[in-house]
Write a protein that binds this ligand. Structure first.
Ligand SMILES: NC(=O)C1=CN([C@@H]2O[C@H](COP(=O)(O)OP(=O)(O)OC[C@H]3O[C@@H](n4cnc5c(N)ncnc54)[C@H](O)[C@@H]3O)[C@@H](O)[C@H]2O)[C@@H](O)CC1
Ligand SMILES: Nc1ncnc2c1ncn2[C@@H]1O[C@H](COP(=O)(O)OP(=O)(O)O)[C@@H](O)[C@H]1O
Ligand SMILES: [K+]
Length: 506
């Protein structure tokens, strides 16, 4: 598990480490600088490269100066520029400066003309202008400096966070460094995982700087991510078992002449390891689904004037109570029969329910449907569906993913999987997961249907709902990343994601 902190939380933890635990600020800075210097020194041709470190006057700049000192001791060709005045230095940064002066370090204060030249001759630029202390829009010389660095197209390594990104929100405060690599100190910052900040960071690596684990316990919001799938996140497979041991998923999906969503969701559930998939869909889809997915049990229904035929409804009610989880909504339509199906399922079903796609569009028009539900529910909206659910413009949802997902979870007592490039998952108990796997090749029709099946598959195998939601999203993204290796961003389709689930879960 990797923690994600707001900039404010990080500062609180730093302070607590220094004031309460007594680890001196300069020790943390040295650890940070050593970590960053190591990243610079593992570059393949570093012995032939020129490094330019651009420093501000706060502690991020102090990190930069300390990195410069360490690189000097390792015979790296390095120069440092300070943007700002001597009298603006923080205590620690002034110390770093004074050490470098005694060492006759190659360090200058910013001047427009010479800076341009220094940037031009550099191969690598280390961005140490602002870290989590950035508090207002960037203007004046700082803006010029960032423009020059970005315009140079040189390889940029940002210390902690690219200068210009608000560590709390990911917003660009006026202008920002575009980094090729970001070395996050101690933990991910929210601004590195939310957009647009995430794009400015590029590759992110978190390094330990010696903050004791105890110091993190003071933080009340639990935000985290997972970078790898580990065995303990997966359902256990027993040597002596049968298909009954791995759960049953009921997929209520598809509408007249729309069978694809049911197929994708059902197949994804099977690929996640579930013992049995049962599909409930209109009669028109029977033949095609039976040939596409012969492993599934199919129950079909017919309806007249929106009413599902009585004997078919009885069969469906039986199915509802004979499974471990129900996925409802992919390709379902928002017709009256689909609405009836959803209402009856929430009313009669006791097992966890995953509501996706049209299931959510039905709820958007009839919010009462979610009232008084008894079973655990996971909703999986994309920003468009979320906008309809919350009656707010899509842009507001995109700008406030965490807040909106939390509102949904708290108002309706559900787990919310708000799908985006970096999907946010929230629970009514205020746990927050932000996913970092996946890629833009997954912006393809049916990718969401696959996700509903993966999460369903995990719940059916006994994984607790919040854990199943974030593990499912992680697996889905990792499978998309594997699919990208063979198909690329352009050619990937939803089935390629499914095909790679087994490889990811091996
Ligand atoms: N002891 C600590 O607290 C540690 C801090 N560390 C580093 O220190 C960073 C945070 O340091 P600081 O809190 O000093 O803050 P920063 O170094 O991020 O920058 C804040 C400084 O910039 C000024 N500033 C803010 N916005 C500005 C703007 N738009 N235009 C011009 N000036 C602006 C502030 O007034 C302040 O002087 C971290 O990101 C990390 O790199 C690490 O060295 C680890 C230990
Ligand atoms: N750029 C991206 N990076 C990572 N994941 C993405 C990206 N674009 C889409 N996805 C993922 O693909 C899925 C798309 O789901 P959705 O929009 O519901 O598709 P559909 O309705 O066509 O099935 C979501 O899980 C989303 O997180
Ligand atoms: K920085």
């Amino acid at each position: 598990m990797n923690r994600i902190l707001t900039g404010q939380d990080m500062k609180k933890i730093d302070r607590n480490t220094i004031d309460y635990y007594g680890i001196p600020s300069l020790v943390l800075m040295e650890r940070a600088a050593l970590g960053v210097a190591n990243e610079v020194m593992i570059r393949e041709f570093i012995n032939k490269e020129k490094v330019l470190i651009v420093c501000g006057t706060g502690n991020n700049g102090g990190d930069g100066l300390a990195v410069g000192r360490i690189l000097l001791s390792n015979n790296v060709d390095v120069k440092m520029v300070i943007v700002g005045d001597y009298n603006q230095f923080s205590v620690e940064t002034k110390k770093q400066y004074e050490i470098l002066v005694k060492l006759n370090g190659p360090i200058v204060f910013y001047q427009e003309e010479s800076f341009y030249h220094l940037v031009n001759e550099a191969d690598v630029i280390v961005d140490a202008i602002f870290g989590v202390g950035l508090s207002r829009d960037i203007k004046g010389i700082y803006k010029e400096v960032i423009q020059t660095i970005n315009g140079s197209k040189k390889y940029v390594i940002a210390i902690d966070i690219p200068s210009g990104i608000d560590a709390n929100s990911g917003k660009v405060l006026g202008i920002s460094i575009k980094a090729n690599q970001t070395i996050a100190l101690s933990a991910y910052k929210l601004g590195q995982v939310l957009f647009p900040g995430h794009e400015y960071c590029n590759e992110i690596k978190v390094i330990d700087i010696g903050i004791p684990l105890e110091a993190y316990k003071k933080i009340d919001k639990n935000i985290f991510t997972m970078s790898k799938l580990t065995q303990d996140m997966l359902p256990t497979r027993k040597p002596r078992s049968n298909k009954g041991s791995y759960g049953k998923v009921l997929v209520m999906a598809g509408s007249k002449n729309m069978s694809g969503a049911a197929y994708l969701s059902g197949l994804a559930a099977y690929r996640t390891g579930v013992g049995l998939v049962h599909i409930v869909t209109p009669e028109d889809n029977r033949i095609i689904l039976q040939s596409q997915l012969p492993e599934a049990i199919i129950t079909t229904y017919e309806f007249n004037n929106g009413c599902i035929e009585q004997n078919h409804m009885e069969k469906i009610k039986q199915a509802i109570n004979n499974v471990d989880v129900i996925v409802i909504g992919p390709g379902l339509s928002t017709e009256i029969d689909a609405k009836t199906l959803l209402i009856e399922t929430i009313k009669h079903g006791k097992v966890p329910l995953i509501i996706d796609a049209d299931g959510l569009n039905i709820i958007a028009k009839n919010k009462d449907i979610l009232k008084n539900h008894q079973q655990p529910i996971i909703v999986t909206p994309h920003p468009g569906e979320m906008s309809r659910l919350m009656n707010e413009p899509v842009q507001i949802i995109l700008d406030q993913l965490i807040e909106k997902a939390m509102n949904m979870s708290e108002q309706h007592n559900v787990i919310t999987v708000l799908k985006d490039s970096n999907t946010v998952i929230t629970s009514p108990t205020r746990d927050i997961y932000i996913n970092l796997s996946g890629n833009n090749g997954m912006a393809t029709a049916g990718a969401g249907d696959v996700l509903s099946g993966v999460i369903g598959g995990l719940v059916a195998q006994g994984i607790e709902t919040f854990k199943a939601a974030y593990t499912g999203v992680l697996i889905h993204g990792l499978a998309g990343d594997k699919a990208k290796e063979s198909k690329g961003y352009y050619g990937m389709i939803a089935r390629d994601i499914i095909q790679n689930i087994p490889e990811v879960m091996k």
